[in-house]
Ligand binder design. Sequence first.
Ligand code: HAM
Length: 397
Amino acid sequence: MIARPRGTRDVLPDEMEERVRAFGALRRVAALYGYGEVETPTFEHADLFIARSGAEVVEQMYTFEDRGGRILALRPELTAPVARMYSSEMRSWAKPLRLCYFGKCYRYERPQKGRYREFTQFGAELIGDDSTAANADLIAMAAASLGALGLGDIVIRIGDLRVLRALLGDRAGPDVMRLVDKKDPALREVVPDVADLILEPRMDEAREAVGREVTADLERLLSYLEGMGVATVVDIGIARGLDYYNGTVFEADAPSLGAEKQVCGGGSYDLGGVVGIEGLKATGFAIGLDRVLLASGRSGPRVGNLDAYVAPLLEAAMGPALSLSATLRQRGVRTEVGLSPERPAKAIKVALEKGATHVVFIGEEELAAGMVAVRDLAGKEQEALTAGEAVARISRE
Ligand code: HAM
């Protein structure tokens, strides 16, 4: 047997149902905040990511050469693709532009619970503005999205790379930034003077260390968010793994998830150089949906997705059972039909497992009388009705 590739997942019907519900909830939030949904290709020219995504993401990229000799990559994220799309299709549109997306992403990581090689993101990009107000508006949407997913224990941490870089000075190289990103206690040896401020941030001390002008935007952002009722905490030690960020940065965690608890990340960025528009200001975020769906505590038996089960008890009842099912579905009744003659006890068992409220039997007696037998699974009564009466009864209840 050929197994599923390492780091990928199969989504079974119960989880898929939850995903579809989650997608619906996120689309409603996006509409509320004025975002239009877009889609980009699953693969892009590898250069789109190589320029600004940062060493870690590039190392993890699935890169391949196609038959025409082009070097392509499965997208590790969607910010650069959306910036590319903006640059080629939407340059002349009125700004700021609010775009959102759902998409599969690919990173060759070491898989574990909550960390996969193929995963799904929901993201939003606000293009053409990276002001403090733009970040407040975007972070409020991220918070509303996480809220709509039913995540209770979320912590949103807000930082600012201008503050972090001012603290680190010329020590802000990739190695130190990686330690910062991982909140590694080794920082106490590498940058002893500012390690505490990074590991256990305090706004007043940060202000004192780098000056009021450097922390002003971060402080204003925190006060805007407070005014919008979005609960956040300061975290000067957010470095972000991607290289294109340049100002406000933020992450959200669901502590109940353990090691892979980061469910959302984002911030202000500049990808203008990559897509040929100098000074393109933007801010955005992405939520990792695989983790979020683990956090919202899915699993449990699959129930409640059927209203009626139509059981033919003999071969001659197959035609009437199929027609009755078709009529029930036309009336909006979620219906499954037995595909071969069944025993009534088995039909009831299947119907109950699937959460149906009614079973309709069509046996020899019913065929002879031109009737069907409708059994109410809650009240356990059974009644002989015409097909029309059965449809009216089930679709009304
Ligand atoms: P990111 O932090 O790399 O940012 O990814 C965003 C989210 O995707 C993470 O917080 C996490 O929940 C999820 N995620 C990342 N890697 C994996 C994985 N291997 N398995 C499961 N989930 C994962 C970005 O991708 C940026 N494009 C976000 C952004 C948008 N910044 C500005 N605009």
